[in-house]
Design a binder for this molecule. Structure first.
Ligand code: TPP
Ligand code: MG
Length: 581
């Protein structure tokens, strides 16, 4: 029931109606930077005890934080920027959410309705810079509110669009004079303006169940759609029941625990040999993909051997992804959790009625234990100084809480993270691989820690990502948000430097090595964080628990041997293939 239902038909200020809908959708935090043309909105949020206004250092940080909030909680996140540069600064963060299907409401300011078209300061109406058009390709819906009376229906449409089907960001641009104007609103509860679709094709579900049960070597490739739908536990039940071996896409790393005996690890970009040899091998008869869009990084550049001998089952909420890159035998369109639950139900039924699975995996050699799945796993035990990227990660794993949320930013450190971390049990791995924006793994963890303060949030980032969006660490210090940043310091854009030796003229691009050594721990100290330096084998195991015990944010600078290349062979081959035709 709506709190103001008794005054249903009395006029209210447009901004009050707006905030009432945000509350009903479970949004509790607004990330952004106030400015004149969005002032009434920010003022209302700031003075409303139902919400927390987090003022970031840059609007891109606000969008990334909102993304981190939504990506880890599944709840709608809100970010806002004033007209003009405030709005354009949001664009990269919003694009990132769009690429990975993260629900987000983006609110931007606009000149007063009567001034649009007359050259008002920061005006971005259709007549000139057209901010609505700028957001259109990177959102599911982008509109300027045409009148205060139209605000509720536009807002409901935006919320419905953001949260229905494959989620994504939506954008509303509001002329500054509308917020305080009276609106007479017929209130809708969220369940009356948007549906949670649980539809599925019954025949296709039964066909998929039969194919899985009849397979000798069934394999599931789990994508991030599994975690968006909250279907991780259901997937595990299905895999154990069939039994099927499970690989994940790089972005969905850990959605099936990597220490599980059926786990093949990551298939694709920087992934594991067991996954690659199994998925691309000739032995797989049934391959089921779940919430994986089968893009370049997931398919090793659309590999031709991604071809089971009997059936390819593809489950996705977005029909446009199904059959896009590979011919599909059994398409399943819908919510991953719903459909997996249904397949589990039919599997149980068939087994109860005397049917049996034919999976032969239990008779095969067990998969190698975790560290042996990695290339050069020997470097995990290395005692050398400077530290190997593999060694400090092995040291970190010993001290990582069982339900930690681990963000990775973009760079060589991401490739090390994908390949060398074992995401186990209830841990969660978060990576913006769709858009691949540096800085996401630096700022987004702040949103995640605000969404769920009960879980340890750790961000493993590079020095380049730190220098790109690291000012948001000040935001975390100001709001006492307990994120631990681990900055892998190789004093360069390592991925570019190592990659340059494998692509084009194969000349190391020394310009991406810093000319002056950064003092990352010193900078973090100046920003108000407790900072540590790790330089020796074993140190991380002691220091991470100390950092986690600090009530606010902290940072660990890890000085590593930059000459050790990250596992970028497949990506380098793809780029080389793109540029050297
Ligand atoms: C916004 C943005 N600009 C440029 C790139 C291209 N790029 C990808 S990784 C990278 C360097 C990352 O450096 P660092 O954070 O130090 O990571 P390292 O490779 O050293 O581990 C660059 C420039 C990008 N992905 N995003
Ligand atoms: Mg670096």
């Amino acid at each position: 029931m709506c709190p103001a239902e008794q005054d249903e038909m009395l006029p209210e200020k447009a901004v009050d109606v707006f905030l009432r809908y945000l509350e009903a959708e479970g949004a509790r935090v607004v990330f952004g930077i106030p400015g004149g043309l969005l002032h009434p909105f920010f003022e209302a949020v700031d003075s409303d005890t139902r919400f927390r206004l987090v003022v970031t250092k840059h609007e891109e940080g606000a969008a990334f934080m909102a993304d981190g909030f939504a990506r880890t909680s599944g709840r709608l996140a809100v970010c806002a920027g004033t007209a003009g540069p405030g709005a354009t600064n949001l664009l990269t963060g919003v694009s990132c959410a769009f690429a990975d299907g993260v629900p987000m409401l983006v609110v931007t300011g606009q000149a007063a309705s009567h001034a649009i078209g007359k050259g008002a300061a920061q005006e971005t109406g259709r007549e000139d810079m057209d901010i609505v058009a700028m957001f259109r390709p990177v959102t599911k819906y982008s509109a300027m509110i045409p009148s205060p009376a139209a605000l509720p229906s536009h807002l409901r449409r935006a919320l419905r669009t953001a949260l229905t089907g494959r989620p994504g960001p939506v954008h509303l641009n509001v002329p500054v004079d509308f917020w305080e104007m009276p609106v007479t609103e017929q209130w809708f509860n969220p369940d009356t303006y948007r549906t949670e679709s649980k539809l599925f094709d019954r025949v296709a579900v039964q066909k998929a169940t039969k194919a899985l049960l009849e397979a000798r070597h069934p394999v599931i490739l789990a994508g991030s759609g599994v975690s968006v739908s909250g279907g991780g536990a259901n997937l595990r039940t299905l895999a154990e029941l069939i039994p099927a071996r499970v690989a994940t896409t790089p972005r969905a790393k850990g959605v099936f625990p990597e220490n599980h005996p059926l786990s093949l690890g990551v298939f694709g970009f920087a992934g594991h040999r067991a996954a690659r040899e199994t998925v691309l091998g000739s032995g797989v008869d049934v391959l089921m993909t779940v919430g994986a869009s089968l893009n370049e990084t997931t398919t090793l550049n659309w590999h031709n051997d991604f071809k089971p001998s009997t059936s390819l089952i593809q489950l996705d909420i977005d029909p446009d992804r199904v059959g896009r890159n590979y011919p599909v035998d059994i398409p399943l369109i819908g919510d991953a959790r719903t459909i997996i639950t249904e397949i589990v139900y039919h599997t149980h039924r068939i087994i109860r009625e005397g049917g049996a699975h034919r999976s032969n995996w239990s008779a095969e050699l067990p998969l190698p234990p975790w560290p042996e799945r990695c290339m050069e796993s020997i470097l995990r035990n290395s005692d050398s100084i400077p530290l190997t990227p593999q060694r400090w990660r092995a040291d970190m794993e010993l001290a990582l809480p069982g339900d930690a949320v681990i963000f990775s930013d973009i760079g060589g450190h991401m490739l090390f993270n994908i390949h060398y971390l074992c995401i186990r049990d209830e841990q969660k791995f978060v990576l913006n691989l769709g858009f691949g924006s540096m800085g996401h793994g630096t700022a987004a963890p702040v949103g995640a820690a605000l969404a769920d303060p009960s879980r340890a949030v750790i961000a493993i980032i590079g020095d380049g990502c730190f220098t790109m969006n690291g000012m948001e660490i000040i935001t975390a210090a100001e709001y006492d948000v307990p994120v631990v940043w681990i900055v892998e310091h190789n004093n360069m854009h390592g991925i570019t430097w190592h990659g340059s030796k494998m692509v084009g003229a194969r000349r190391p691009m020394n310009s991406v090595r810093y000319r002056k050594k950064l003092d990352i721990a010193g900078m973090a100290g100046a920003m108000g964080l407790t900072a540590f330096v790790v330089e020796k084998p074993g140190e991380m195991t002691d220091i991470l628990p100390r950092a986690l015990a600090i009530p606010g944010p902290s940072l660990i600078e890890v000085r590593v041997d930059g000459d050790i290349p990250p596992p970028l062979g497949d990506r380098a081959k793809t780029v080389a293939g793109f540029v050297e035709k």
